[in-house]
Design a protein around this ligand. Structure first.
Ligand code: FES
Ligand code: FES
Length: 186
C-alpha cells in the first residue's frame, strides 16, 4: 500500500485472540448465561431457560411456539404484541421475560375454551373486524381487558382505550362495532 508520502507503508499485523487473552489474563467475553424461568402460560405451568435480554414477545414466539402474538414494530408503537399479564394488557415487546417469573400470561391461543371461541373472538368474526389479521390478536386481547376494566361504555371510550392498537388496514369501524356490541356500549 502507498501512503501519502508515496512510500510503501508496512501494514501492522493484528494481534491474535490468543495473544490478547495472554496479555489481559482474561477470556474473551462470554454470552450471558440462561436463567431458569417458570410462568403460567395460558393456564399451564411452563418452564424455560432464557438469557436476561430476551423479551416476553420473543419467549412466546420463539421458545414457546405461540406465534399468534405478532411482532409488528418491536418497539412499543403498534400494539400487535399485546398479551394479558395477570389480566392486564401489556406490550410483550417491551417486557423482559425474566421479569415475569410466576406471572399468568394469556395469549390469543389461550382465549378459546374447549374449542369454542371467546366471546370477543366471536364478535370480531361476526362484525368482520379484521382484514389482513396482523393486528387482530393484539386488538382482541386489548378488547378483552378494556371490557373487563369497564372502559367500553361508549364508542369514544372504546376508541380512546384501544388507541394503542394500530390497524394498518383501517378496520377500526368494524373493530369498534364488535367491541361495542359485546359490551352493550352506547
Ligand atoms: S410489536 Fe410491540 S408494540 Fe409493536
Ligand atoms: S387487520 Fe390488518 S393490520 Fe389490522
Amino acid at each position: 500500500m502507498r501512503g501519502l508520502s508515496g512510500l510503501a507503508q508496512p501494514v501492522p499485523a493484528l494481534p491474535s485472540e490468543e495473544s490478547i487473552v495472554r496479555s489481559t489474563g482474561s477470556s474473551p467475553a462470554q454470552p450471558p448465561s440462561a436463567i431458569p424461568l417458570t410462568l403460567r402460560l395460558n393456564g399451564r405451568e411452563a418452564a424455560f431457560a432464557v438469557e436476561p435480554e430476551v423479551t416476553l414477545l420473543d419467549l412466546l414466539r420463539e421458545r414457546a411456539g405461540l406465534t399468534g402474538t405478532k411482532k409488528g414494530c418491536d418497539r412499543g408503537q403498534c400494539g400487535a404484541c399485546t398479551v394479558l399479564v395477570n389480566g392486564r394488557r401489556m406490550l410483550s415487546c417491551l417486557a423482559l421475560a425474566v421479569a415475569h417469573a410466576g406471572d399468568e400470561i394469556t395469549t390469543i391461543e389461550g382465549l378459546s375454551q374447549n374449542g369454542a371461541l371467546h366471546a370477543v373472538q366471536a364478535a370480531f368474526v361476526e362484525h368482520d373486524a379484521f382484514q389482513c389479521g396482523f393486528c387482530t390478536s393484539g386488538q382482541i386481547l386489548s378488547a378483552v381487558a378494556v371490557i373487563a376494566e369497564g372502559r367500553a361504555q361508549t364508542e369514544n371510550e372504546i376508541r380512546e382505550a384501544m388507541s394503542g392498537n394500530i390497524c394498518r388496514c383501517g378496520a377500526y369501524a368494524n373493530i369498534v362495532a364488535a367491541v361495542r356490541a359485546l359490551a352493550g356500549a352506547r
